[in-house]
Design a protein around this ligand. Structure first.
Ligand code: ADP
Ligand code: ASP
Ligand code: MG
Length: 403
């Protein structure tokens, strides 16, 4: 594939394609990068709010809401057609783009109607339905680039990213993805076309749509960069990079000019939504730097995430994950006993409860760990059942949740 060594993958998040005006701005950034003459691949999220809307509507339909699909139909058409109105002037292109969006909206709404008929929404069905957000946004962005005289083509990632079958948080199979990416994107790049690929989803080897987890379009970009040996990933978003805190919560937050892959992974894992935490893995494996840049303030240098450690100093940023609970298990005759801690965590593991942090008092009389607040009552129930006899014998004195 020509020019592999200087390829850039540029990913644009939901706000960067959230309206006609935002799509124009994104198209200008991509057009300028393309005109530099190095190969570029765009990776795009759904318009801001669309993934949530699809998830909420599909859930409502499964719960018996008979009007969910018709409301979805008008909301999807409304958002996407008004973006087309803003960015596409050429009458022929406007007509074809509109027809493609209508067709996608109709397919998506038919799926939601079948969820309503079945009264059931499987993880597999959910992934298929939510993938339509990205399937629609790429069509409009490619149209906006065509308006600027650029040969851009929308590409669905189920022809590129091959994953395992874990619906809702699938992991890529990199070797198979490399073959598919070369077969699908190679001919486009060779012809000088700018591919605009859907973020967020891929497909199993059998071609069934899977998603990479919420916020997963960042991951799509890094996976693509890995398999095509790109030299940079640029994540375009709505803030000036990775900051010392979430600027929505802390107005004085400042941009960190450079952080390491390990630091970025940790910040993301502990709540810095600006980058999806698995994203660093495929990039770090090959030392591909990731730039975080602001679509609406492109002159700001942003943050470089790379192999090198960032600035000196141990505290880089403060992150927060809302809605967590601390669970404490206490009991003097219990926690020193080998295997007790293992029992606690195997119960949680079997129930797929995500544990964010663990601490054990050195006296070993108490063990505390952090889980999602919504998992709290379930954790208490499971542990109370597991340790029923230990509670009766007073080896365990307390299993409690502190919000
Ligand atoms: P996109 O749709 O572009 O992927 P996201 O909403 O997923 O954007 O991520 C960007 C948001 O991340 C910002 O608007 C900001 O509120 C939030 N954020 C949380 N923590 C941080 C942080 N430490 N630095 C920058 N942004 C942060
Ligand atoms: N559209 C998807 C989401 O909202 C993926 C992404 O935006 O990264 O989770
Ligand atoms: Mg995001």
């Amino acid at each position: 594939m020509g020019g592999e060594n200087s390829m850039r993958v540029m990913k644009f998040g939901g706000t960067s394609v959230g309206s006609g005006a935002a799509i124009s701005q994104t198209a200008s950034i991509l057009a300028a990068a393309y005109r530099e003459g190095r190969p570029v691949i765009g990776v795009v999220s759904a318009m801001a709010g669309i993934t949530n809307l699809l998830l909420e509507t599909a859930t409502a339909a499964a719960c018996g809401d008979g009007s969910a699909s018709s409301q979805l139909y008008s909301a999807l058409l409304d958002r996407h057609l008004s973006a087309i109105d803003h960015v596409i002037r050429d009458p022929g292109r406007r007509e074809t783009t509109t027809a493609t969006i209508r067709e996608l909206v109709e397919r998506c709404v038919r799926l939601v109607e079948s969820v309503h008929v079945l009264g059931d929404l499987s993880p597999r069905g959910t992934d298929w339905i939510v993938s339509f957000g990205e399937r629609m946004s790429v069509v409009i962005l490619a149209g906006a680039l065509a308006e600027q005289g650029i040969a851009a083509e929308p590409v669905n990632a189920d022809r590129v990213i091959v994953t395992d079958e874990v619906f809702g948080s699938a992991e890529p199979l990199l070797d198979k993805t490399r073959d598919m990416a070369q077969a699908t994107l190679g001919p486009l790049l060779d012809r000088g076309v700018l591919p605009i690929m859907t973020g967020f989803f891929g497909a199993t080897e059998a071609g069934v749509t899977t998603t990479l987890g919420r916020g997963g379009s960042d991951y799509s970009a890094a996976i693509l960069a890995n398999v095509l040996r790109a030299d940079e990933v640029w994540i375009w978003t709505d803030v000036d990079g990775v900051m010392t805190a979430d600027p929505r919560l802390v107005p004085g937050a400042r941009t960190l000019p450079a952080v390491s892959f390990a630091e970025a992974t940790e910040l993301a894992y502990f709540g810095a939504k600006v980058i999806h935490s698995p994203t660093m893995r495929p990039a770090a494996e090959l030392g591909i730097p990731i730039w975080i840049k602001n679509t609406f303030h492109p002159e700001h240098p942003g943050t470089r995430i790379g192999p090198e450690p960032g600035e000196n100093g141990s505290v880089k940023a403060i992150t927060a994950i809302p809605g967590l609970s601390v669970i404490t298990v206490e009991g003097s005759g219990f926690l020193g006993v080998a295997g007790a801690t293992a029992r606690v965590f195997s119960v949680l593991g079997r129930a797929s409860i995500n544990v964010f942090m663990i601490s054990q008092a050195s006296s070993q009389h108490s063990l505390s760990f952090v889980v999602r607040g919504s998992d709290g009552p379930k954790v208490i129930r499971l542990l109370s059942a597991e340790f029923e006899f230990d509670i009766l014998r007073e080896r365990v004195l307390r299993i409690a949740e502190d919000p």
